[in-house]
Design a protein around this ligand. Structure first.
Ligand SMILES: [Zn+2]
Length: 302
């Protein structure tokens, strides 16, 4: 596998501490990937990492985010995203970066008067969003998309910033395309969450090798403020029993408890598990203790 060595994307530093060797738990594809922490700024990143071309093999057509699911439960998380965005802005131009098959954009059309745009590097996902939902999708990266400056009222990154090879460049590009006063929404796994600490290399939030970066809250907060945002809200947003079940399942499998591990992996996404654990996760969200964090920030007027 072609691997590349990189310096820290946020600060340029090269002094790191190794944290874990990670495997592709989700798809079971071969390879072992090293997660390190930058000792200068605290950013977590994969180093060495697969080159961008090789990485595309880890996004096959059966990758979970590319599956269209009509179930009410599948739409629940998407509707929560729409509601939180419409709390801050109800009209204008909205860009969803890493929009996958376009379900958020499709639903957002029902939450106000929007001109909707998506950016998605994976062809099959971008094509699905175009043909199924008739959405305006740029297939490629945000840097390649070349939108005009100060064009958007809202830019969203739902579980996407950790996937890109150059988050610093992407965030700078996000500032450029947002209007002054425009809103940024970033949802990303929290590497300081109790789940991450408890499960270590078996925490599914690391999702190697697709997640090239992990952002401790203080690191992303500092970055957003540095590039011209005022962060107005940070806290647990999503979270359900699925990540805990899957993390335990993968841990059990590593302990040669294949049957029990596989059972938990199957139960992880079942309605029964989700419904049974829902009250607990409502409480965890309230206590800011889930493993998925949302940053809401406004581009400063200046
Ligand atoms: Zn750094």
């Amino acid at each position: 596998m072609a691997l590349e060595w990189v310096d820290c994307d946020f600060c340029g530093g090269s002094w790191t501490t190794p944290l874990f060797m990670l495997r592709d738990l989700k798809l079971g594809l071969p390879g072992e990937f090293r997660l390190v922490r930058c000792e200068r700024c605290g950013l977590l990143y994969m180093n060495p990492r697969p080159t961008w071309n090789i990485l595309q093999e880890h996004y096959p057509a059966n990758y979970g985010s590319f599956q269209f699911n009509f179930s009410q439960r599948a739409w629940y998380g998407i509707i929560r995203r729409c509601k939180i965005v419409s709390t801050y802005q109800r009209s204008g131009r909205l860009l969803d970066v890493g929009c996958s098959i376009g379900t958020f954009l499709k639903k957002m059309g029902e939450f106000g008067s929007w001109e909707l745009y998506g950016v998605e590097p994976v062809f099959i996902a971008a094509q699905f969003a175009r043909t199924r939902f008739n959405l305006n999708i740029f297939q490629g990266t945000l840097s390649e998309s070349c939108f005009p400056s100060e064009f958007f009222d809202v830019v969203t990154w739902w579980d996407a910033l950790e996937h890109v090879p150059d988050p610093s460049t992407c965030l700078n590009e996000t500032v450029r395309v947002l209007k002054p006063g425009g809103w940024l929404f970033v949802q990303t796994p929290d590497p300081n969450s109790w789940e991450a600490r408890l499960f270590g290399s078996y925490w599914v939030g690391y999702d190697a090798p697709r997640h090239l970066f992990m952002f401790p809250r203080i690191v992303l907060l500092r970055k957003l403020e540095e590039i011209g945002f005022k962060v107005v809200q940070v806290g647990s947003f999503a979270g359900n029993a699925s990540t805990v079940c899957k993390s335990i399942g993968h841990w059990l499998r590593s302990r040669h408890q294949e049957m029990l591990g596989n059972l938990l992996l199957r139960l992880a996404d079942s309605s029964i598990t989700q419904i049974a654990a829902a009250p607990f996760y409502v409480l965890l969200r309230y206590l800011d203790l889930t493993s998925s964090v949302l940053y809401i920030a406004q581009k400063l007027y200046q």
